[in-house]
Design a binder for this molecule. Structure first.
Ligand code: KIV
Ligand code: ZN
Length: 386
């Protein structure tokens, strides 16, 4: 089995469909270019049949993007597949991603078809998509709640029909890591032709488990992960791709798996997506939150000043942030104040550390966070006294 994990980004499709306002064609292209720079393998640009605007943006992205495969989504019906093929055919390399639901809940209540009919529709969809390209992805919507025997039958049938990637979504974020990893493991055990396709996963975050479930799937043989930047998406969102990429990079010795992600582009891409989508990133969000590389307690600050890896498992530089941030609060020790003043250009002989530190603590007790300009004001007032 390959040690390369493909990263499939659906910020512009699953992410965008959850936004209060749609992105313009230009904004989508700007995000697609950032994703290409980041090194994602596949960019899902949209759902071409859904609106003329979506068709146009998928086409524009397909035309401009050269180093990532551009994909479009389609239900397992001819009109959707044809719209996808038409929008994407201007691309150097493209993928048609077609899907149908497989869980009993969806098959009985939404599709109102028999299981046999659904397999037939899936196979027909894959065959139709093959008239446009050899790169076909098929998704079993709500796979997380699908009976394993039927799921295995569907996976086998679509691979036989020509699907080169089969995606197993946990559409409603219902499964747990042990369960979801088990679904992937059982598919490898039950589906005889499974090695002819890449097994992909697409996890939603309703129980906060999207990244953990994706990782469990990788541990059991999945070699494509789908998700979005900053984890934006339907309801509680999708798997955060920056987290998946940094788990595989930081824990390379554990997994031995690689991606094509240029991690130094992560922060920049996250900020762009947050700004254009008008979706702020929570401060304590892993990898890209404002506090992800901030240290507040005096013990931690002392540690990172002595050796960065005492409290940082990856460097801020590795995700494209210039440096970590030592918050100056009443928990900070003298060494942090001294270090900050040094960075601001002051020599030890310019001030009395004990006097400045005691004034700093008084201020920090009143104010909470002390900033550079506060520190410089303390220094100025201290110098006035002499
Ligand atoms: O969550 C889901 O099941 C999807 C599919 C269309 C892949 O977004
Ligand atoms: Zn989804």
């Amino acid at each position: 089995m390959t040690n390369q994990v493909k990263i499939f980004d659906t910020t512009l499709r699953d992410g965008e469909q959850a936004l209060p306002a749609s992105l313009s064609v230009k904004e989508k292209l700007q995000i697609a270019l950032a994703l290409e720079r980041l090194g994602v393998d596949i960019i899902e640009a949209g759902f071409p049949v859904s609106s003329p605007g979506d068709f146009k943006s998928v086409q524009m992205i397909a035309r401009e993007i050269k180093n990532s495969t551009v994909a479009g989504l389609s239900r397992a019906v001819p009109a959707d597949i044809d719209a996808c093929g038409e929008a994407l055919k201007v691309a150097d390399q493209f993928r048609i991603h077609t899907f149908i639901a497989t869980s009993e809940i969806h098959v009985n209540n939404k599709l109102r078809k028999s299981q046999d009919d659904v397999v037939e529709m899936a196979v027909a969809a894959v065959k139709r998509a093959r008239q446009y390209t050899d790169d076909i992805e098929f998704s079993c919507e709500d796979a997380g709640r699908t009976e394993i025997g039927y799921l295995a039958r569907m996976v086998e049938a679509v691979i036989a029909a020509g699907a080169t990637t089969v995606n197993i979504p946990d559409t409603v974020g219902y499964t747990t890591p042990t369960e979801f990893g088990g679904i992937i493991r059982q598919l490898f055990e039950r589906v005889p032709n499974i090695d002819k396709a890449t097994i992909s996963v697409h996890c939603h975050n309703d129980l906060g488990l999207a990244v953990a479930n994706s990782l469990a799937a990788i541990e059991n043989g999945a070699r494509q992960v789908e998700g979005t930047i900053n984890g934006i998406g339907e309801r509680a969102g999708n798997s955060s791709l920056e987290e998946i990429a940094m788990i595989l990079q930081t824990r390379h010795a554990l997994y031995g798996l690689n991606t094509n992600i240029n991690s130094k582009e992560i922060s920049r891409t996250s900020k762009l997506v947050s700004q254009l989508c008008n979706m702020p990133v929570q401060a304590n969000k892993a990898i890209v939150g404002a506090n992800a590389f901030s240290h507040s307690s005096g013990i931690h600050q002392d540690g990172v000043l002595k050796a960065q890896n005492t409290y940082e498992i990856m460097t801020p530089e590795s995700v494209g942030i210039n440096k970590n941030n030592l918050n100056m609060t009443s928990r900070s020790g003298r060494h942090v104040i001294k270090h900050r003043l040094q960075e601001l250009g002051y020599k030890d002989t310019d001030y009395d550390l004990e006097a400045i530190y005691s004034a700093f603590l008084n201020l920090a007790d009143k104010k909470g966070q002390v900033y550079d300009y506060d520190l410089e004001a303390l220094l100025f007032f201290d110098q006035q006294k002499h």
